[in-house]
Design a protein. Structure first.
Length: 403
């Protein structure tokens, strides 16, 4: 099989996913087109030199509906002969786009792809598309469905994580993100967003709260306690599934959970031969990819079994990995990953994560792959693993090696 390489990885800054967020005036298609244009310009992608654009987005309705990938291509300066494929694996959509593109290259179905994703959470609210697992009672009851925040609290209860544990990880995320921005560690990958007149709208992740400390985090209300204990009482559903738990310990707040933001990211993936013809040097090889299904109620434990799965597939062990990016959907997700594999926090999310900078659902998987690669180059590390938990109980992972 042909090896698949990463030649470039970029992202927009993440804007607050609200009406007063800096990116609120930009549509999903236009933000995506901006990323595609940047990849085209940076890598001289003239003509039909890319097989396809595979683009992830989660809430596929309204302006994010249809085949957003093809819309983004047509809104960009890419050759119109390049098609587009929109995909949805919830929070791992951007990563799945990258993994799918890599495996297409490996299998000989085209030499080059652009993969990534977008989510404009301030314009197309999360959940506005409906979901059978949540809204169809027959399916929700059979799967013991609870919202993700309850799932995160179940993880904390099951594996013994306290509110202080969660808040300490959140404070570290904020501190690390600030240090990374202060040190210009994202400079290689950030593409500032401009309006139709060419005026800069946003050049910096705006969700960050670098002043955050344990005291300010400790003052926040548990975000999912009422929906768990009062109405509609999801704790009772969870305890039916996990009767060994006496109660659900609600530790997650707005401060130790991922932020709602807008953003997009793209990765250029191709064979070695393609890069030689184009005169571009690869930055990393995509060594392995994996996905897996998990318990749909606790839902967010996917990074653990998918990491076990990808290690078995690749013949590697966790000790072979120099750096990890584990999406900070909720603090307990990362805490459980580090606990399961006895990985020190110094190797995980070293430049902060979604708690500090936000989680633009369809883009995050591609973002963390790019962040991982940048940090591997900066710190002279060889091998990295990126992984995410996924709604409805799934996990996805990617291993990359520098070249």
């Amino acid at each position: 099989m042909t090896d698949a390489y990463i030649y470039d990885a970029i992202r927009t800054p993440r804007g607050k996913g609200r009406k007063d967020g800096s990116l609120h005036e930009v549509t999903s298609a236009r933000l995506s087109a901006g990323v595609l244009n940047a990849l085209k310009e940076r890598n001289n992608l003239e003509g039909h030199v890319v097989e396809d654009v595979i683009w992830g987005n989660v809430t596929q309705v309204k302006e994010q509906g249809g085949c957003l990938a093809r819309t983004a291509v047509l809104a960009s300066d890419l050759d119109e002969r390049i098609p587009g494929l929109a995909i949805n694996r919830f929070c791992a959509s951007g990563m799945e786009a990258v993994n799918l593109a890599a495996n297409q290259v490996k299998g000989g179905a085209g030499e080059a792809y652009i993969a990534g994703g977008v989510e404009m959470m301030g314009r197309v609210p999360m959940g506005s598309d409906g979901a059978a697992i949540a809204v169809d009672p027959s399916i929700a009851m059979e799967s013991y469905f609870v919202p993700q925040g309850i799932s995160a609290d179940i993880i904390a209860t099951e594996y013994g994580f306290s509110r202080d544990d969660a808040d300490q990880l959140a404070a570290a995320s904020q501190q690390r993100a600030k240090a990374a921005w202060d040190d210009n560690r994202f400079a290689k990958s950030i593409v500032p967003v401009k309006d139709q007149n060419g005026l800069e709208i946003l050049a910096h992740d705006e969700y960050m709260r670098p002043e955050t400390d344990m005291q300010s985090l400790g003052s926040l209300k548990a975000a999912f306690k009422d929906m768990g204990e009062v109405m509609p009482g999801f704790d009772k559903v969870a305890l039916m599934k996990y009767p060994h738990l006496e109660r659900i310990n609600h530790i997650h707040t707005a401060g130790n959970s991922s932020g709602i933001v807008d953003g997009a990211a793209g990765v250029l993936i191709a064979s070695k031969e393609w890069g030689e013809r184009m005169g571009i040097k690869p930055r990393a090889r995509i060594k392995a990819t994996a996905k897996i299904g998990t318990d749909p109620t606790i839902m967010l434990t996917g990074p653990v079994p998918v990491t076990e799965h990808i290690m078995k597939q690749s013949g590697m062990s966790v000790s072979d990995i120099d750096l990890f990016e584990v999406n900070e959907a909720f603090s307990s997700v990362v805490l459980r990953f580090m606990q399961a594999f006895d990985v020190d926090h110094s190797k995980v999310n070293v430049n902060g994560g979604s708690i500090a900078m936000g989680h633009p659902l369809g883009a995050t998987g591609a973002i963390i792959i790019g962040t991982l690669l940048d940090e591997m180059e900066r710190s002279d590390k060889e091998t990295g693993l990126a992984t995410l938990c996924i709604a409805s109980g799934m996990g996805a992972a990617t291993i990359i090696e520098r070249v």
